[in-house]
Design a protein around this ligand. Structure first.
Ligand code: ZN
Length: 447
């Protein structure tokens, strides 16, 4: 047992084995893929082997299928909601999130009141309090130290690894809690899109296309626990002006018909759907909310100090706004972009296992970049939650050979000899001939 626990820590230059495997017995093995760029992901062969064994064991369970009931009629999940241990009942997510927000607002009020109180003190009292603070500085330092330690312990006790990429991350919520919230959101979204929802009718071309591609990806990845344990649904929304698709943590995929126009081939659609599925599989929604919650907590002391020390409400509010902006640009937005990249990479492997022509993934983003040069919305990456099209294209090209190896090992049909870049050239010619930039994907944002 001790030997089993012995782990070799990998350096950042190592490659890590991804756990993407084929469903077929013919290709049950690990696959190599370059390490993801996200931090904190030291990983051992033993850990990967353990995870891999778990996947093999889970492979015996029945495969998932997309819920084929009408999308507007999903009111009671077939799979019962998993409950947490009764003696370990966590706080509901909205309470956890509210605590962070309330703490930040409290810090503003506290700092502001301290400043006003201090300004109204007579000079002799100020001198007395200053003297007292100096003589008790050890205790004051210890109090701040304990507060910082408390936040660190809270952070450290909620660290977990992402499935398949084994990246360390802070998650304050149980997956079940977030899925429950997502189901409520699903019902509310279905209600709001109701007049536009394409009926779940296999004879409808849009619904048939999306369900065919999505089912293909799900069935080919049924060996992955996070694919198997969700009640996947698809909802096609008939709005050609929106080039978008998204997924809720509970596995509810929404696709707008505008996105179907952008994805000219099923291979491109598979890349988009697999990216969305990867977000759900990796639990990115809970991670993102946890990250925001953590930032709220970490900023409590700096905010209180800022409002207490600066001379006026205006200067405090200005510094607060600048600090929030910098926090977004330097921390939150890069974190969001890193998760998008991770979903791109994992999605590429999901699509590869389903035998799609994943070479079109970087081509798709090259296509989007080309459209962007012809009048699309300008992309300023460092101000965006998503990487720009070129970054996504480059990253996908970097991991392409690993994903193609997975595809090959899944005994997929040979890819056409046609160079996928010719597809891009063809697309450029088509757009140039028809001059229909206004009608192509300009506003592809939240994928
Ligand atoms: Zn995304």
């Amino acid at each position: 047992m001790a030997k089993r626990e012995e782990q070799r820590t990998w350096t950042s230059s190592d490659e890590t084995s991804h756990l993407f495997r084929c469903s077929s017995k013919a290709c049950e093995r690990n696959f190599k893929a370059p390490r993801l760029d996200l931090s904190g992901g030291n990983i051992s062969r033993q850990q990967l082997t353990r995870n891999f064994s778990q996947l093999v064991a889970n492979n015996k369970k029945p495969p998932p299928f997309i819920n084929t009931r009408p999308n507007v009629n999903i009111t009671s999940p077939v799979r019962p909601f998993r409950t947490t241990n009764s003696n370990n009942v966590p706080l509901p997510p909205f309470i956890i999130l509210i605590v962070g927000r309330v703490a930040k607002a409290g810090a503003v009020l506290l700092g502001r009141n301290v400043r006003k109180w201090w300004a109204n003190l007579p000079p002799e009292q100020k001198a007395e309090y200053t003297q007292r603070a100096k003589s008790n500085r050890k205790y004051i330092g210890a109090a701040f130290g304990m507060l910082g330690m408390g936040i660190f312990v809270y952070y450290d006790s909620h660290i977990q690894e992402t499935p398949y990429t084994n990246r360390k991350r802070f998650v304050a919520f149980k997956p079940e809690q977030f899925e429950q919230l997502a189901r409520q959101e699903f019902e509310s979204l279905v209600e709001s899109f109701k007049p536009l929802i394409v009926p779940a009718n296999p004879r409808d071309p849009a619904y048939r296309r999306v369900s065919r591609v999505a089912n293909n990806i799900l069935k080919s990845n049924k060996d992955l626990e996070q694919i198997r344990n969700k009640e996947w649904t698809i909802t096609v929304v008939n709005d050609e002006t929106i080039q978008n698709a998204f997924v809720l943590p509970s596995g509810n995929i929404f696709v707008f018909t505008g996105m179907l126009d952008v994805c000219e081939t099923d291979d491109e659609l598979a890349v988009i759907l697999a990216h969305e599925m990867a977000h759900a599989v990796l639990g990115h929604a809970a991670e993102n909310a946890s990250y925001c919650h953590l930032m709220d907590l970490v900023m409590v002391i700096p905010i209180a100090l800022l409002w207490a020390i600066l001379p006026s409400d205006w200067s405090s509010a200005f510094a607060h706004a600048v600090g929030s902006g910098l926090q977004g640009i330097l921390l939150s937005l890069p974190y969001s972009r890193a998760m998008e990249m991770e979903a791109d990479e994992v999605g590429l492997f999901l699509a590869a296992k389903a035998c799609f022509d994943i070479r079109l993934a970087p081509i798709f983003w090259a296509k989007m970049a080309y459209v962007g040069t012809k009048g699309g919305e300008p992309q300023i990456e460092w101000l965006s939650t998503h990487p720009n099209h070129e970054s996504r294209q480059n990253r996908l090209e970097e991991v392409m050979s690993s994903a193609l190896t997975v595809r090959e090992d899944c005994q997929c049909p040979r890819l056409p000899l046609l160079d996928p870049k010719s597809y891009l050239e063809k697309y450029k010619r088509k757009v140039a001939e028809t001059e229909t930039f206004d009608n192509v994907a300009i506003r592809l944002r939240a994928v």
